[in-house]
Design a protein around this ligand. Structure first.
Ligand SMILES: *[C@@H]1O[C@H](CO)[C@@H](O)[C@H](O)[C@H]1NC(C)=O
Ligand SMILES: *[C@@H]1O[C@H](CO)[C@@H](O)[C@H](O)[C@H]1NC(C)=O
Ligand SMILES: *[C@@H]1O[C@H](CO)[C@@H](O)[C@H](O)[C@H]1NC(C)=O
Ligand SMILES: *[C@@H]1O[C@H](CO)[C@@H](O)[C@H](O)[C@H]1NC(C)=O
Ligand SMILES: *[C@@H]1O[C@H](CO)[C@@H](O)[C@H](O)[C@H]1NC(C)=O
Ligand SMILES: *[C@@H]1O[C@H](CO)[C@@H](O)[C@H](O)[C@H]1NC(C)=O
Ligand SMILES: *[C@@H]1O[C@H](CO)[C@@H](O)[C@H](O)[C@H]1NC(C)=O
Ligand SMILES: *[C@@H]1O[C@H](CO)[C@@H](O)[C@H](O)[C@H]1NC(C)=O
Length: 356
């Protein structure tokens, strides 16, 4: 009798425990939280224009007057600046803004001689910060008077200051190149397959421009690096969470002007965080509910890079970009390749395009 009652109680206790466990599991398991955009990759969020629009020109009229001389929490001015977006008959397809380090004279030369060659549809500019040495400054100014393609900001050019550079890129696009239909932010060690890019923007997207464009290569659930040995170490006071929001590496970011404008306004009033791609394409896009469109499959694979550079072979997979950290020789080989091999007209896999 006693034994039977004990078994009965034990059974109830066990069932109770299971229910508790299940409830606890449900509330504590983040993978079932509804606000994580698991399917964000397959949703078409951008819209394509079907006719000329004055859309986002003169947006800066709505910015406060002191905005121009402010960069997040710094007083700012352009110490070197070039205009000329208005020279391209008011219908500039693409503005390319290349993050560069003041000393990278050779890398800038490679780009000018290859994929950055002058083109009526494209305006390419290099972005640098300020330098300590008057010697380097003089070299920069000579280089600029020859090519008229350097934008320099008044903040010191250090890797902890790259977020300033990225937001300066936005500032330039908004104030000095509102004509551009698309804006590509990239780095000086990247290959951009420009003939394919122009076709992509014109045929796969739209020559009249688009909105809600942030085309890139998203990274999910990246852990915050805390090791003192890491160059990218972030302290808890800089960033308290364990993982970063979904973000895109900064070497290949294709934006439409409306996205630039929204991110710029948010960046100007948000606390500084020094890893630019995480801050801008992660933290700020999450805040503004801007979604990434994944175009990882349009980045040249390591294998195909080898085929082209080492074996001078044709590859059948179209690509928009080489990758980050390319060597001079690789960039030149890819450029030769892109001049010889025409890409197909349509390379975008996203078939559910939306028009406005
Ligand atoms: C807890 O949740 C995980 C993932 O949803 C599931 O696989 C597991 O069976 C659950 N455990 C219990 C005790 O419900
Ligand atoms: C848009 O309008 C501009 C100026 O009116 C014109 O020069 C340009 O060719 C037009 N663009 C397209 C794609 O039709
Ligand atoms: C930019 O700011 C620096 C330092 O604040 C100042 O020395 C310089 O004259 C300014 N340049 C222009 C063009 O306003
Ligand atoms: C382009 O803009 C610059 C700066 O605003 C101006 O000085 C220049 O005259 C303009 N050029 C043309 C062709 O409109
Ligand atoms: C700038 O100069 C100062 C003093 O000469 C030096 O301590 C600092 O490291 C320099 N910074 C850079 C980025 O070169
Ligand atoms: C960033 O730039 C500002 C403005 O030039 C400078 O005061 C600061 O020392 C720089 N920060 C770092 C970490 O180099
Ligand atoms: C290279 O490959 C592409 C895609 O298969 C093809 O269209 C093109 O004709 C090829 N070019 C040469 C020179 O073989
Ligand atoms: C690219 O082509 C040029 C001209 O045809 C040639 O001189 C150069 O060696 C080539 N470079 C590479 C890396 O293939």
């Amino acid at each position: 009798m006693i034994e039977k009652r004990n078994w009965h109680n034990l059974g109830l206790l066990l069932i109770g425990c299971l229910i508790c466990l299940a409830l606890w599991n449900k509330t504590s398991n983040p993978s079932i939280s509804p606000d994580i955009p698991i399917f964000s990759r397959s949703i078409t969020v951008y819209k394509l224009y079907t006719q000329n629009t004055s859309g986002h020109h003169n947006q800066f009229l709505y910015l406060p007057e002191k905005d121009y001389t402010q960069l997040i929490d710094l007083d700012f001015n352009f110490t070197l600046v070039n205009f000329g977006c208005n020279e391209t008959n008011n219908a500039l397809l693409l503005l390319v803004l290349v993050h560069s380090s003041p000393k990278n004279v050779a890398k800038r030369r490679t780009i000018r001689e290859t994929w950055g060659k002058k083109d009526d549809n494209v305006k390419l500019l290099f972005l640098v910060g300020s330098v300590n040495s008057t010697e380097i400054q003089n070299i920069l100014e000579d280089e600029n008077s020859l090519h008229n393609d350097i934008i320099q900001g008044s903040f010191l050019d250090t890797y902890r200051n790259i977020t300033y550079k990225h937001v300066m890129a936005f500032k330039y696009a908004i104030y000095h190149c509102p004509q551009a239909k698309y804006i590509l932010k990239t780095d000086d060690d990247v290959f951009v397959n420009m003939p394919t890019m122009i076709k992509f923007l014109t045929f796969d997207l739209s020559p009249y421009g688009a909105s809600n464009v942030l085309f890139c290569t998203p990274r999910f659930n990246s852990k915050v690096l805390r090791s003192y040995r890491s160059k990218w170490r972030v302290s808890f006071s800089e960033y308290p969470y364990r993982v970063y929001p979904t973000y895109c590496p900064g070497w290949a970011l294709l934006y439409s002007p409306d996205v630039i404008y929204a991110l710029y306004k948010e960046a100007q009033k948000t606390d500084y965080f020094w890893i630019d791609d995480i801050h801008i394409t992660g933290t700020l896009t999450e805040k503004l509910s801007i979604l990434h469109t994944d175009i990882e499959y349009l980045v040249l694979s390591e294998k195909n890079l080898g085929s082209i550079v080492e074996n001078s072979q044709n590859v059948s997979v179209p690509f928009l970009y080489g990758r980050a950290n390319m060597r001079d020789k690789e960039i030149r080989a890819l450029w030769n390749f892109s001049m010889l091999h025409d890409s197909p007209k349509f390379i975008f896999r996203d078939v559910e395009r939306k028009y406005i």
